[in-house]
Design a protein around this ligand. Sequence first.
Ligand code: NAP
Length: 489
Amino acid sequence: MTQHTQETQALRIVIIGAGMAGILSGIKLREAGYNNFIVYEKGDALGGTWRENTYPGLACDVPAHLYTYSFEPNPDWSHVYAPGPEIRAYFENVAKKYGIVDSVRFGEEISSCEFIDGRWQIRMKSGKTDQADVIIAASGVLHHPNIPDIPGLASFRGACFHSAAWDHSVPLDGKRVGVIGTGSTAIQITTALVDRVAKFKLFQRTAQWVLKLPNQEYDANERAAFAKDPKKIEALREELDQFFGTFSAAVIDAESPQMKQIEADCLANLEETVKDPVLREKLRPNYRAACKRLIMSPNFYEAIQHPNAELVTTGIDAVEPTGIRTKDGILHELDVLVLATGFRADRFIRPAVVHGRGGVDLDKVWEDHPVAYLSISVPDFPNFFMLNGPNGPVGNFSLIRIAELQLHYILQLLEKLHTGECREISADHKAAIEFEKARTEAAKKSIWATGCKSWYLDKHGVPASWPWSTTRFDQEMAAPKFEAYEAVS
Ligand code: NAP
């Protein structure tokens, strides 16, 4: 990427969000010579999802050495799968090291972005305003909690909160704790809490496929070896990349032998680990493995067999002041109720209002489902680029790797602006429509479309994800096809 001179630094860039992708944007923009940027962050600290999620058991099920910026390896990861607080500290340290923190304005939530007379006019909830030539939306995928519509929820007299808004003032030890949901979050909470609480009830609507992935600790010698020789980390990343490459290839082809192997491994985990045949049947999924996001856990099946634990599979009728009443009439009395009920994955930058050229409303464009050319750019929204935007490879690779590739691509679009080749650039209508048509067709062959319900699906049941290989994604991100863009001089 070209390093720019002083006069090229005038391009004013606003980054939305100071999570993994926002920090990355700041680092890479500065590296490319774009110093005139600012990051608006609605929270009071860095880290995005790793700031918001603080639930017990929080970890990342992507191996830590892969869930790392490629340019900033970390020899100090404590485990193969790092705990959440360590990941948050990593992002904070990287942001400090690269001098990004001073460019972040905390507590500033964007309420609107309007493209007027060739510039973005930005308004914050605080009333503050700003202007930008370019917006990079790094606002994350899963950050709007899904609060279930269960009758009586508000009547519960104990503590009740969503997993992404954990109330740490609420005591758990010796309490009766109920968790609704069996996604990756609920499974991590289960393994962390079963032996701390008096009674743990997991309310399962749908059984999950669980792949057993042991989580070894890196001892001091291994960490010292990584620090001494960064090539060791590089070699490990390559090895892990290969493993995840297999997974990525499997999910886009439901009938692939790799997919069958993953299913067989999960089934073996269930058969070998769960002793009680009744419990085993309750935990047996009736859809294809990895149709929902695969659960990767070293010990979920062990945890749910703990004497304190109970798996409740009868449907929830209502929440009452003292607990959950299931459809069989049983009242499950609880002190604490956790809603591990996931997120509204189709929100992206919204509820911020975004109006593009000629007042085009993003909400209207996305009325049916969110779309974007290569998940980065929307026609009529010039100089507005998204990281981990709609229909990207959320279900198959590390989001950090995706964001790095996308940013590399976006920098090439910025090049056109700063050289003055054009003043406005956004995906061309025809290219965006053709891309979405091809993507939708391919998505129907993926594992996510094999008949389960998940946050990967849009309201028509079509997977909202990148349906092709990692190689194809790498190739697309290597260089923009400028003929797919509308450039206004
Ligand atoms: P999720 O996967 O969307 O799971 C939500 C759970 O809540 C599901 O089991 C769902 O049941 C249940 N649910 C929702 N509404 C309900 C209702 N009204 N009644 C009963 N049950 C209800 O959410 P998540 O576990 O928070 O995970 C979201 C995503 O975050 C994951 O897929 C993953 O991408 C990411 N994540 C990653 C990690 C990691 O280690 N990398 C950890 C946590 C989360 P149904 O299945 O029946 O719909």
